[in-house]
Design a protein around this ligand. Sequence first.
Ligand code: KG4
Ligand code: ZN
Length: 340
Amino acid sequence: MQRLLILETTCDETAAAVVTDALDVLGSTVASQDALHERYGGVVPEIASRAHVERILPVIDETLRRADVAISDIDAIAVANTPGLAGSLLVGLSAAKALCVALGVPLVAVNHLQAHIYACRLAAGRDVFPCLGLIVSGGHSSLYRCRTSLEFDLLGGTIDDAAGEAFDKVASLLGLPFPGGPAIDRAARSGDPKKYDLPRPLLDSPRLDFSFSGLKTAVRYRISRPGETPGKLEPQVVNDLAASFQEAVVDCLVGKTMLALEQTGMNVLCVGGGVAANGRLRQRLESEARTRGIELHIPPLSLCTDNAVMGAIAVERLRAGLFEELDLDITPGLVRQSAG
Ligand code: KG4
Ligand code: ZN
């Protein structure tokens, strides 16, 4: 049996996991930085990378303790090196390289987006490929044809804000706490999704792309007219705006995902990323999948938001003999052609 130590520092969670080559999870830790970024209403890259530096070693120690293994029992180190915030990615990669040198074990690269879809494979306990992949997070909203766990073709994505980013920015406009997604999800439960007529950008186009920036601006102008300073909103107005906004985002995500399934002829759908934790999105995807006979995989909440367990996709690379040299670099941006 081989044991992998997996590191995840692509954005604002410092995470580590120990997973076996049989995909058994021996231990996992996620140190959230939400409290550090809350007052800014979004992730501040410099704060994120500094916090990773402080936390990466304690998080690794805690993970080994939970897994009840010694560092000398680790056979390979895996690390997410793309995509993400440059400073954050560098912390994980540097720690991984140092451990590889010290332990004399190989380095395995993890693509964070592929890992989000692999969370579906882990939750299902069986193969889910080929599938259509919808990744909706703070940094990405994209549709992929996932031919295998390691071969993805990008079908479309956001042309401006990511879905999670839109949730976070609208939450901030509504005076709700960061991260905005869970706060809007909660507020929307007491709101009327039909109260405000908001746009569904690109929904009527045959393109498999998303756009959420105009929707965010539309919410802004429901709060106060251009040039006016927004006053304090009544709680019911906040709930109704949250519900109407969430419904518009979900309409766009579900509409384009169904279009992608039709266009590709695929009948398995895997959803990953923090926004996949959204209650209304899950409900709508479940009902569409049932009606259309689509096999739907959405991981449990702990595997939707950033974590290191999903980096177990490294086991697939290990099996394929895909190791990295110690000059491996970070790739912060999304490679448009493919996530593979
Ligand atoms: O995947 P993730 O943890 O980090 C990135 O790789 O970006 O996603 C974080 C995003 C945040 O924008 C957060 O607001 C959103 O996921 N999110 C949600 C929910 N839970 C987290 N969005 C909508 N509804 C939720 N319940
Ligand atoms: Zn993520």
